[in-house]
Design a protein around this ligand. Sequence first.
Ligand code: NAD
Length: 668
Amino acid sequence: MTFADQIKQGIPSTLPGKLTDLGSDNPAPKRKAILTTDEKQLALRNALRYFPQEWHSELSTEFLEELNTDGRIYMRRFKPNYKIYARPIQEYPCQTKQAAAIMLMIQNNLDPNIAQHPDELITYGGNGAVFQNWAQYLVTMQYLSEMTEVQTLHMYSGHPMGLFPSSPSAPRVIVTNGMMIPNYSKPDDWERYNALGVTQYGQMTAGSYMYIGPQGIVHGTTITVINAFRKILENHESPRGKVFLTAGLGGMSGAQPKAGNICECITVCAEVNPHAANKRYEQGWVDVLIDSIDELTARVKQAITNKEIVSIAFIGNVVEVWEAFYLEEIMVHVGSDQTSLHNPWAGGYYPSDLSYEESNRLMVSNPDLFKAKVQETLIKHTNLINQHTARGTYFFDYGNAFLLESSRAGADILADNGIDFKYPSYVQDILGPMCFDYGFGPFRWVCASGDASDLDLTDKIACEVLESLRVNATPDISQQFDDNIKWIKEAKANRLVVGSQARILYADSQGRIEIAKAFNQAVKDGKLNGPVILGRDHHDVSGTDSPYRETSNIYDGSKFTADMAIHNVIGDSFRGATWVSIHNGGGVGWGEVINGGFGMLIDGSEDANQRLESMLFYDVNNGISRRSWARNQGAIDAIKREMERTKSLKVTLPNLVDDSVLDRLDFV
Ligand SMILES: NC(=O)c1ccc[n+]([C@@H]2O[C@H](COP(=O)([O-])OP(=O)(O)OC[C@H]3O[C@@H](n4cnc5c(N)ncnc54)[C@H](O)[C@@H]3O)[C@@H](O)[C@H]2O)c1
């Protein structure tokens, strides 16, 4: 059977044989065994409803085995045998190219070269799922192959609820992931309801089909690390010979050494999982692998003396490195952490006094003891960071819930007022005030032809647009243009494309619209060999409400609300998005964030031109308005400028209250 025939078939008409060899050497960790016997029955009943009754007896035994062994039912026997990767758009069977574009992006998220645990349909972050099981994948692909431009597919946490009549201007797919009744959004609720097969953790771009491999994260990390150094280095001093110490070489964290090299510093990145460290080394993303702490300190001292640009992976616990560098008096200029503390009890963070294997066993055999060990390590970890910052280290939280989980562990992490943390998050200090408040965020695109030459041309077009906008850019946003012009010029040489022909850069509303229009024109003129899919990371100006990350620099009390993300997804959906998504959970954990995104196919038509202009404008300015209403000065300036440019935009502006008005009142 051809690839196209298999897609059109959906669930096969004859029961496939049981899979013996999965092919992946990096399966998802065993999940917590949380279901009661009654709930296990319910999980099986739920799983079996995808299949004809005559298969139930055989499949029930196998699914129970999966549930007992893995804590989830992945239905691995239904994994198709064709190669999963971002094939060019013309290879997908379809009634509309919009659906083919979505299929391309799903395939990309499940490509074994990209996905973290491809057999378990996990793209990144340990638990960022595209689907809960292979039946959902098969049915979804089949629906997409049949859908017309007057239908919309509704996806409930990986489950394709069905194709519903709609209109050509409606999105082709609406995705929700992990949306819960708020009181049922504790970490164990994810374990339970995911094991039952009724919800999933979509992370940000995993369950929304917009992951482009590590490139997105390399770019964001580069912008963050270079600006972190700018905060402490004076007179444009170079980061050469200065140390950036961090942890994690996983899905996103693996970008840190590469970004460090682009920033020209010495990067030391600890990773407890040798498999993850080796993978990054083999990919050329980290220069040196070291597993002895003495060797590490000696090598770092040498790099400091020689002012080297080098990235070093230490195979071991990051706490060991903080400790050794303190004792050896190695100055850490910039420090952070990218262990997966959004998922602290199930493999996101490893305690320091256990081996990697011992930890993996303990988290399943004795979760309470494992939790206690994690918390002990977090306290030690925090104490060491405090000692380093007393020596001048600039430490920031990398949106992985490090500060949050350390405070929950009882570590000495609160500021003197007992409310705030001692250290800023990278959004509070860097991305929020420097980028998001002005609308600069992670715009990305994928060349649907799959041709590298198309990517080259789009790079060139994007660079020309940025250079022309830079001419009249105000001083408050000039640095953003300069950083992104440099990035796009070097992007090809950095060889960051894995999977689809994709690119990312930070641009504001005007930049995103002008770049997209220029792409649409190039498609129309036949200069590009195929259409272009636009999207963005959810980690952006408007799409995500996350009080400890994207919206951590909102100080009017509204950072614990999620109105902005909901307005965004609704607003984008009727302004022309090809698909939209809204998720509970994401980088910082289940119940801690609501994040949304979109995808849009531009095909050279006038219709695409209108859609992109209307939707990209709202997609950025929604967030700037909210940031302006929260009294963020950069956002007030940015939205005033936009109102000058766009007469039909009328945003409610805040009146600032003079401190003296409140100071004279008696509040007790
Ligand atoms: N890169 C970004 O821009 C960004 C932005 C926001 C949030 N984050 C957050 O960063 C975290 C990491 O993301 P990821 O995709 O890389 O996750 P991941 O799970 O793929 O990788 C984390 C890595 O940390 C390692 N690790 C855990 N504990 C350790 C310890 N004590 N010492 C050394 N290594 C340890 C794990 O083995 C794992 O490989 C997530 O919480 C994510 O949400 C990243």
